[in-house]
Design a protein around this ligand. Structure first.
Ligand code: NAI
Length: 740
């Protein structure tokens, strides 16, 4: 079965997300709704969405729009029809009736339902029609969430289901897990349960919402929105509907029922329009006092808001053992929540699925957890878990495990896919080295470096690992959300606060030396980014010999925002790339001026398609829809380059002073237009100094070493400047830029 054309019916949040992802895969898709105006509005929304749903906006016309009365004949041309209308069974049944009258023979019909069982959805279909009907449950936002649950019925043609799975994996880039027809399938069954446990335990244990979110967040390997933040993001009213559906569908004795009960405070919030971020606010809200926006948090007991307090548990890494053994309320809360999640998830095996591993993967892909419940159990340790846990009657999985006490119960990972992923091969590798910031894995003929810090920010130890790992062909890749958000600014500011600028200089020099080493070492280096690839993270990428990039990346040199200039070779490499263009051959100032604009404005790209015109990525870099495939593509690159010869060192002829003056003119104009302020000019001048070559002239040839030195000098001048430090401190505390 080949899918060449798709129709999506229902152009709301999910229908438009699905259509956009099909558009990203270059599959022509028609989006139908009750009225064409509705689907046209959805198309406009797709075009403007932030973060963007489209990889390449110029492809928007892959999406056609129409309405279900006048344009339904298009269904007859589709190989796959996705229904994504409101969660109402009567409406869905009506639509299937129409679809099966019009569809091409053999075309697949699927529903995006999040809660209606397939047996109910398909109850009016003939046996023959049921063969081609299934559920394809995508997660929001479709481009960015990895999980797709495919639910089959007993009549399905399995070859067809499998080819749909392969299509969704390869072309739509999804981690497609085939699930049984049970309420909430895998992701929501465990994910929503986990949220409810985290919430009800917070009420019970009288934790503030900030405290609960601080525990049920990063330290547990869960996104930092925690539970109350996530509730606000999803919509408190939508969550209430989801819970109602679980209460209805699940048996009375299911543990879920206990945590799904209506909470009076939530009812009150919904009734008063506090439905979350889309409403007046939710558990958190923004309040304006004296023209300043202030984040407030609700008190779970009184329902009153007060200024939100930041809770720092001083646990930057996922460390469950330390967390659950803390002798304070946070430790107690963590254990209570984690143990309940493990107990619930394991109670679903084998009834809901015989592959517990799929539950973990659904939690990673659908909820962005670092570890699923069973991996949490593995990390805590089987012995430790059973020493601490109370009862687990009628839980076959835990009963068995408690008898066997097998610490190595886990076995292989990511069983849902045949793709050779990082997760699959890591357990088979030799762990050569591990420090606080990275790990090195060795395979027969190559190494892997995986960064392990928060957002994979870089420090001395990350560089150490990269340097050590170049004794073989190297792939820099990781399983966490971000490739690297750049240099660790907290680490840098710790030195600055002590006035220890020598240590910062030493670090930057080591960063430069390592990147140079990556570029010119005997063996090829491949960077395989996904997510944030910013600042220093980009400098690692740009000085790798090859790139295999996920289509979901945010890439760029953003140092000027915090009052710095790229100093790990970013200026140098961007200059070099732009010097290769035809325009640069005619005008020696063309490349530096272009780079001045790109780095000066801290331009970022949100996909490879956007990154290429800026030369953050090159046409020859591989671009990959399915994140799981980054490793196999990287390996292929290494295989193709068995006889790798390191590149020649670059040389530069830069105009010096006259070029710098041109750049300063640009800065003056921006200053007069109040686009930048005093310190913006200072930062711009330093950038101009680097990109113009400093004290040089066009007839002098500068080496890479000269450019590294220029970058370092400017970086050091700026980091010692109070105003740059103000910018960094502000960004670290608020996550926002300071314009000064
Ligand atoms: P939505 O309310 O944003 O959009 C529904 C769309 O269906 C609207 O544009 C509406 O005009 C259209 N519609 C209603 N009746 C129609 C009909 N007879 N023919 C054509 N179009 C019709 O809903 P949303 O959130 O996109 O949900 C769609 C489906 O996806 C539901 O089944 C929901 O349970 C499921 N889902 C929702 C998720 C979410 O996060 N919003 C996540 C996963 C699944």
């Amino acid at each position: 079965m080949e899918i060449k054309k798709v129709v999506v019916i229902g152009s709301g949040t999910m229908g438009s997300g699905i259509a956009a992802q099909l558009c990203n895969a270059n599959i022509p898709v028609t989006l139908l709704d009750l009225k064409t105006e509705i689907s046209q509005k959805a198309k406009d929304r797709i075009f403007k969405s932030r973060p963007p749903l489209l990889i390449d906006k110029s492809n928007i016309d892959n999406i056609k729009v129409g309405n279900i009365s006048d344009d339904f004949n298009i269904v007859g041309e589709a190989d796959w029809i996705v229904e994504a209308v409101v969660e109402r069974i009567d409406i869905k049944h009506n639509i299937y009736d129409k679809i099966f009258k019009s569809r091409k023979e053999g075309a697949i019909v699927s529903s995006n339902t999040s809660s209606i069982p397939i047996k109910v959805l398909s109850q009016n279909l003939t046996e023959e029609q049921k063969k081609d009907f299934c559920i394809t449950h995508f997660f929001n936002p479709v481009r960015y969430m990895g999980l797709l649950e495919i639910v089959k019925n007993e009549n399905n043609d399995l070859n067809k289901i499998n080819s749909l799975k392969v299509f969704c994996e390869n072309l739509l880039g999804k981690g497609a897990i085939i699930c049984n027809d049970t309420p909430g399938f895998l992701g929501n069954r465990v994910g929503v349960y986990a949220m409810q446990v985290a919430m009800t335990e917070a009420f019970k244990m009288k934790l503030s919402i900030e405290e609960a979110d601080a525990v049920f967040g990063r330290p547990m390997g869960i996104p930092k929105t925690g539970v109350f933040g996530l509730y606000d993001l999803i919509g408190i009213d939508l969550m209430a509907d989801v819970l109602k559906s679980f209460i209805k569908e699940l048996p009375q004795n299911d543990e879920f029922q206990i945590v799904a009960k209506e909470i009076p405070l939530i009812k009150k919030l919904i009734e008063s329009g506090y439905t979350g971020r889309k409403g007046k606010g939710g558990f958190y809200r923004m309040n304006k006092t004296d023209g300043k926006k202030i984040l407030e948090a609700i008190n779970l007991e009184t329902g009153n808001y007060s200024v939100s307090k930041k809770i720092d548990l001083k646990l930057d890494k996922v460390d469950l053992k330390t967390l659950i053994n803390r002798k304070d309320k946070y430790g107690e809360y963590a254990w209570s929540v984690i143990s309940k999640i493990i107990k619930y998830a394991s109670s679903l095996v084998p009834g809901i699925t015989d592959k517990f591993n799929d539950i973990d993967e659904a939690m990673r892909l659908g909820f962005n957890w670092v570890k699923g419940p069973f991996e949490m159990l593995k990390e805590i340790g089987v012995k430790n878990f059973f020493e601490k846990v109370d009862s687990f009657e009628n839980n076959k999985f835990l009963e068995n495990l408690s008898k066997k006490k097998d610490e190595n119960f886990y076995g292989e990972r990511q069983l849902y896919t045949n793709i050779e992923t990082v997760g699959k091969i890591k357990p088979k590798a030799i762990k050569v080295d591990k420090n606080n910031s990275a790990e090195i894995y060795r395979f027969k003929d190559f190494n892997i470096v995986e960064f392990t810090t928060k957002a994979n920010t870089l420090d001395y130890e990350s560089m150490d690992s990269l340097k050590k790992a170049t004794d073989k062909p190297l792939i820099i890749i990781n399983e966490s959300m971000q490739f690297s958000a750049g240099v660790n600014l907290t680490y840098t500011m710790d030195f600055a606060d002590k006035g220890d600028f020598k240590s910062i200089e030493k670090f930057i020099k080591y960063f430069q030396e390592t990147c140079k080493h990556l570029k010119y070492s005997k063996y090829p280096v491949v960077s395989a980014p996904s997510g944030l690839t910013l600042g220093g993270g980009f400098e690692v990428l740009v000085q790798s010999n090859f790139v295999a990039s996920h289509t979901n990346i945010v890439v760029g040199l953003v140092e000027t925002i915090v009052g710095l200039v790229p100093a790990g070779g970013g200026c140098k490499e961007m200059l070099w790339r732009w010097f290769q263009s035809d325009e640069a051959k005619k005008d020696p100032d063309y490349a530096p001026l272009k780079v001045f604009e790109i780095i000066g404005y801290a331009k970022t790209a949100t996909s490879p398609t956007e990154a290429e015109p800026l030369k953050y990525l090159r046409p020859e870099d591989e671009k990959i829809m399915n994140r799981n495939s980054l490793l196999s593509v990287s390996k292929k690159i290494l295989e193709k380059n068995k006889n790798f010869v390191p590149p020649k060192e670059c040389e530069f002829n830069l105009s010096g002073k006259p070029l710098k003056e041109k750049m300063i003119k640009v800065l003056e104009k921006l200053y007069n237009e109040k686009v930048i302020l005093d310190h913006g000019v200072e930062v711009g001048k330093e950038l101009a100094n680097v990109l113009s070559g400093g004290e040089t002239s066009i007839d002098k040839t500068l080496t890479e070493k000269d450019l590294y030195q220029l970058e370092l000098n400017s970086f050091m001048k700026l980091i010692e400047n109070q105003k740059t430090q103000d910018r960094i401190r502000h960004t670290l505390s608020s996550g926002k830029p300071l314009v000064n």
